[in-house]
Design a protein around this ligand. Sequence first.
Ligand code: C5P
Length: 397
Amino acid sequence: MRILVGISGGIAAYKSIILIRRLREAGAEVRVVLTESAAQFVTPLTLQAVSGQPVRTHLFDPEAEAGMDHIALARWTDMIVIAPASADILARMASGMANDLLTTLVLATTAPVTVAPAMNQQMWAHPAVQANLSVLGKRGVHIIGPASGIQACGEVGAGRMVEPEEIAAQVLRARSRIDWRGKRVVITAAGTREPIDPVRFIANRSSGKMGFALAEAAREAGADVTLICGPNNLPTPAGVQRVDVDTALAMQSAVAAVEQMDVFIGAAAVADYRVQTPAEHKLKKSAEVDSPTLTLVKNPDIISEVAQRTAKPFVVGFAAETENLQAYAEQKRRAKGMDVICANLVGAGLAFDQPDNTLSVIWADGTQQFERADKTLLATQLIALLDKIMNRDKTDA
Ligand code: C5P
């Protein structure tokens, strides 16, 4: 995967450094082209260090042209991603100008072009900018964002560049040729709540972010996705069918209600035990009892039940461990009949309720390590890996 990252002048240019890192971590070869004004915000030296390649700004640079001329560069790339895309570069692109290296490359390439606009909210709202964007959109340019929020200038509104991890995830999805159309995917997410009495419950720190990101990535690949989730604060990914549940038993019933599935991903942190008989009324503090006792009973193991179905789907589970990650995870994979297990270390500041995560993915005859990354990006990479493993299984059969 060869990606040309174009950077135009804007304060969000510093975030492009993270974008380049994420793309490289996902295995992309990256070359960077800066506009002259972008070089006011980030230095070519920094970008050279993160991309591992010389960075170019000028069209008429005899030395650089002797290495890979601009036409060769336009042919080399699989995709041009311009982030941030300023109002100026959008205007130059819309009118077909070729007055610097980046705009020349946009005209000279047959590769798809993606832009992530970033500018002041008033500029973003200007009819000239919107007209340029509409021209670019009709021409097939893929537009990511912008997002809304507080801007570097102190104003609030639309015009912030979408976060680099999200741009990387979208770029990788567009590049991957994963086709899960017609596949029925069921994903469990977030933690369950096991009631003690009408106001208290046993819960855990799972936020649901990983499961939601997986649902989004599977949906983007074309799958028909059902997301069965415990209580959480996350928005439903577009096009995903969501079923909200609270307890492990309710999650078990919701999963059992789905008769046919091709892939099951158990990303939920299901409570292993529940209170045997939750109190009907709020439990009172008692002067006589210092150490009250709760009797717990075992919850059903949802993922094992799915793995035992006659028409067994491809089963993917998660293992959160605080030690001996690989060994415990592989044990768990076999014990529960999973095809793939994704293991992560948990503890203070790790995984649970965090935006990023690391993953060791283990299957019958392979492993892969994903370095610490945003969960959206990890989910995209994980779906791509699952696709590879499933197809390999098919080829073997
Ligand atoms: O045994 P442990 O809870 O570590 O296993 C984790 C995996 O099993 C996760 O994929 C989780 O969603 C699934 N699980 C389940 N039902 C349970 C407990 C765990 O589906 N009762």
